[in-house]
Design a protein around this ligand. Sequence first.
Ligand SMILES: [Zn+2]
Length: 56
Amino acid sequence: MAQISKNARTASATQRFYCTCGGEVKMKSVFSDGKIRNMAECEKCKRKERRPRDFK
Ligand SMILES: [Zn+2]
């Protein structure tokens, strides 16, 4: 169990993406339809995408 939690922590902390405008993309947890979804949002132009990789 210790191995699993260690891997999960590194996976969530090291990702970093940038929008085409140059702003940094931040992951946000959005509560909709009774579920928590992760949304990627550029902090500069406020563009939203479902995945950070979509900002290219
Ligand atoms: Zn942007």
